[in-house]
Design a protein around this ligand. Sequence first.
Ligand code: COA
Length: 197
Amino acid sequence: MEIPDGYHAVPHGKLANVQTYLEMRSQPALRSEAGEASWRLERFGEANLERYRAVFHRVGDEYLWAGRLLMPETQLSSFLADSRVETYLLVTERGDDGLLELDFRIDRECELGLFGVAEPLIGTGAGRWLINRGLEIAWAHPIDRFWLHTCTLDHPNALEFYKRSGFTPYERKIEVYDDPRIVGVTRAGAAPRVPKL
Ligand SMILES: CC(C)(COP(=O)(O)OP(=O)(O)OC[C@H]1O[C@@H](n2cnc3c(N)ncnc32)[C@H](O)[C@@H]1OP(=O)(O)O)[C@@H](O)C(=O)NCCC(=O)NCCS
């Protein structure tokens, strides 16, 4: 569908953002990292929705991540149980502090479905440490392409961070979705920089 130039009203209760899609088609050299001895990567094996939602909120609420919160419970459970979807947690001395999701459901591709660290870890090198683990795991599979999208509601460091990691922007999309604060799946006071309308 072609979108005419101009301003398009977004209905109340909805959010709008611009998604930038990025990809890499060969394995890059890893950038140097400075991890803490206490950081560890844990494969999230069991469908423990309470634990999953807690870390999803911890990492994503300030960026109004909503996808997994708006998914019906049975759909989320089967998504997490799918052997082609690998969910990892960054665990620190504080507990679950980061999320890395690698989705191999498309043959010979990997989508970085979710990625981020909790607020106390931003700017500490934890993002670099975690994406390096993601790059190692993704490219250990038989893939030709590793891709993701990041949006204007995500952390302002994200796009440049992904470019430095070896991803190249190739497409842009506009996304409109229910404001999770208005639906009631995210706390009402999250992301005060984005007005609730
Ligand atoms: C996007 C995100 C991962 C970016 O991470 P960040 O916190 O800016 O990145 P880091 O602090 O890990 O790394 C930034 C740089 O500083 C360096 N750095 C930071 N602390 C360091 C330290 N103590 N010692 C050495 N280097 C350090 C890193 O090595 C890295 O260098 P490089 O990029 O040149 O290789 C992070 O902001 C985040 O998780 N945001 C919340 C969720 C989000 O928006 N996710 C994106 C959704 S698509």
